[in-house]
Ligand binder design. Sequence first.
Ligand code: 5RP
Length: 219
Amino acid sequence: MTQDEMKQAVARAAIDYVKGGIIGVGTGSTANYFIDELSKIKGRIDGAVASSEATANRLKGHGIQVLDLNSVGSMDIYVDGADEITRHFHMIKGGGGALTREKIVAACARSFICVADQSKLVDVLGKFPLPIEVIPMARSYVARELVRMGGQPKLREGFTTDNGNVILDVHGLSILDPVALESDINQITGVVTNGLFARRGANVLLLGTENGVQTYNQP
Ligand code: 5RP
């Protein structure tokens, strides 16, 4: 099975969690496969909340109604990929730069269904550079603070988030306490949010492997 086939397999498996109502939808290639699967059962749902402009466009392209989060309140599920995930369901996200909206939509969902191929499962987070969304004028200040914390921040060149901000990708972190680090980084003035999803991690992991989709539930 290729990596793409594993992503497609977990996207299909996530459809079992769609029980109607409004669905929170993530961003990225795995989320895109999920949108393609969702379009096949779109008559069973009331619409979707998108975590990025790209996702909103893809949903609309499939004829799925995109709703404003403020008019929705809470949702049963949020389905999204990850750049890294541990067996404790802590994640790094934001490879696609949509981390802030992803975190907001996920916060409004009762269950976060993470869909990922096996390459994303890690023992310790941090090999994948940690994305941090930053207000543009605070870029240098935040970068200096991140160096003090032991990271090597690099500006994501030529990229602006849907919120008009920049991304610093932080290399060289070995994240042993993701819950604490998520809070500490968010305390730096000028940080909008960081790509650690640890305080609110995934509830279910659908992992695509050579042997099919493995399901892990948060205890
Ligand atoms: C986007 C994300 C994605 O979920 C993450 O980058 C994984 O992407 P893919 O499904 O393409 O591997 O956090 O901001």
